[in-house]
Design a protein around this ligand. Structure first.
Ligand code: SF4
Length: 240
């Protein structure tokens, strides 16, 4: 029989508790069980008051980002077995806790909408009425960045983003790069003006926390550096 596992989980109901506490649950792990499956097991069989956010269970919706054994991860794709017999599960750091593992994502979405996260086109669509095409090499330039699932793991891991209301932060900058590098997008000048502002790429200290904590392994810091080059060049040449 497999050894039992202790899951120590951050608990807090801001309406009732003046301070957070940690509660430990002991479970018998199943082969292939993920952290999310373990949380559902506790919710359904042990403690119906446990709150956490989840949806697709397939690392696509970005809902179940949490801090597991000291690292931001998606609970749905994190296997219990490699984590050892004592696992600590906390909400994403630096975000206000609504209850237990559920955080308030308002700051994330407020910043996100600033970048106009959709294709901006000025030219008429192709006469064929079909989609705007791009070459395979052009598509490859944005392959990694298209994978963002808006989990906020990078937003929560960035020391600057966490403490600054204004700084756009890694997720927003990664989304900006996704469109700046997209050959079909015609909002480049507008986006570079935003990311070149006081609250944009030049405030990034290149610590790489965002890139290390991104569960989709998006090279966020690379995108930020690429935009820094464009911004600096624009400022030096007087084009920005
Ligand atoms: Fe999550 Fe990565 Fe997107 Fe940041 S860039 S929101 S960590 S998927």
């Amino acid at each position: 029989m497999t050894d039992s596992i202790k899951l120590t989980i951050y608990r807090r109901d801001p309406d009732l508790d003046t301070a957070p506490k940690y509660q430990t649950y002991e479970i018998q792990p199943e082969p292939g069980q993920t952290v999310l499956m373990a949380l559902y097991h506790i919710l359904e069989n042990v403690d119906k008051s446990l709150a956490f956010r989840a949806s697709c269970r397939s690392a696509v919706c970005g809902s179940c980002g949490m801090h597991i054994n000291g690292k931001n991860r998606l609970a749905c794709e994190t296997q219990l077995a490699p984590l050892g017999n004592e696992i600590c599960i906390e909400p994403l750091p630096h975000l206000p806790v609504l209850k237990d593992l559920v955080v308030d994502m308002s700051s994330f979405w407020r910043k996100y909408e600033k970048v106009r996260p959709y294709l901006i086109t000025l030219k008429e669509p192709p006469a064929s009425g079909k989609e705007r095409l791009q070459s395979i090499p052009d598509r490859k330039k944005i392959d990694d960045f298209i994978d963002c699932i808006l989990c906020a793991c990078c937003h929560s891991a960035c020391t600057l983003d966490a403490w600054s209301d204004g700084y756009l932060g890694p997720a927003v900058l990664a989304k900006a790069y996704r469109f700046v590098a997209d050959t079909r997008d015609e909002g480049g000048a507008e986006r570079l003006k935003l990311v070149g502002s006081e609250e944009g790429v030049l405030r990034c200290h290149t610590i790489f926390n965002c890139t290390e904590e991104c569960p989709k392994r998006i090279p966020i810091t690379f995108g930020i550096q690429e935009m820094k080059k464009k911004v600096v060049w624009g400022k030096l040449t007087g084009k920005m």
